[in-house]
Design a protein around this ligand. Sequence first.
Ligand code: SER
Length: 336
Amino acid sequence: MRTPVVLVTGANGEIGQALIERLSDAGDIGVLAFDLNPLPDALAARCVATITGDILDERLLQRMVSEYAVQQVFHLAALLSTRAEYTPDAAHRVNVGGTLRLLALAAEQARRDAHAVRFIFPSSIAIYGLPDVATKAAAGRVAEGDYNAPTTMYGCNKLYCEHLGRYYMRHFGQLNARFEPSGVDFRALRFPGLISAVTVPSGGTSDFVPEMLHAAAAGSPYACFVPEEARLPFMAMPDAVDALLGLAAAPREALSQHVYNVGSFSESAASFRERVLRAFPDAEVTYAVDRARTGIVDTWPADVDDSPARRDWGWDPRYGVESAFSDYLLPQLRTA
Ligand code: SER
C-alpha cells in the first residue's frame, strides 16, 4: 500500500512554509514536502516525509510515486521574476519543465488510483503586461482576460503553465481512440505580491514591500528599488494560504474558470513607506530606483478584479491593508 499524501513542491519557499503549517494543522492527509533545500527541522517534523532535490530529477520522482499515492498537488516550485530575468533558461526549465512534469505525474497518479488529482497552481499578476503607466493608471482593476501579454520570462512561464494545466484537464489525449479525461483537476490562482511576517522573499520584483518592512523591523536601513508612485496589489500571507486552501476545497462544479485573480489591497510604495515609518519611527527608508525593475512593476496591474473568485468559491480576504499591519504583520514582527 502506498501512503496517500498531498504533495507540496517548493515546500521551503515562503508560501510552502506557511501552507505546510496549515495543512498539517488540519491533519486531513499527510504532507509530502519536496524542495531543492532541506526544510527547517520544525517544519519537516510536520510532514510525512521530505524529499530534497530537483523536481526534474526523474529518479527521485519515480522513487516518490513508488512509495506515495499523490492525491493532491500544490505545485509551488518556481524561480521568481527578477531572478528569472538573469537566468531565463533555468527559469524556463524549472517553471515550465517542472510544471509539465508534475502535470504528467498527476495524470499518472489519477489513472493509477482511479480518482481525480487536484492540482493547485500559484500563478501571478506577472502574467499581465500593461503597455505603459498611463494605461496602467486607466485600467485600474484588471480582469483575468485583460492584457495577457507578459514582458518577463517568469510571466510568460506562468501564463503558459496556466494553459498547460487547462490543456491537461480538458484535452490531454484528445486523439486517443477512446478519449478519457486525464483526471487532473487543475486550478490556478493569480497572486499579487505577498507579505509574510515570518519570511522574506528572494528573487521577486514585488519584494520591495516585504524587504522594506523586514529591514525596518530589524533596524537596518533600506533603499527601495521602485519610486514612490509605483503601485501594485499585495496580500498578507495568511490570506494567500486561505486562497490556496479555499480554491482547493471548492466543488468542481462551482468553478467556471481554470484561473482566478485574488486581491486584497493596492498601495503605492510611498504609502507602504509611511505605514512602515509609523510602525518603526527610527527606520531609515530611502529610494534608490532601479529603472529596469521599475519597468517590470510598471507592466503589472495596480489592482485586480477578483469578482469571479468571490462569486464561484467564496474568496473573501481576512486582511485589508490596515488590519494586515495592525493584526498580523506588526504583532509578529515586534515579538520576533
Ligand atoms: N511576487 C512575484 C515576483 O515578484 C510575482 O509573482 O516575482
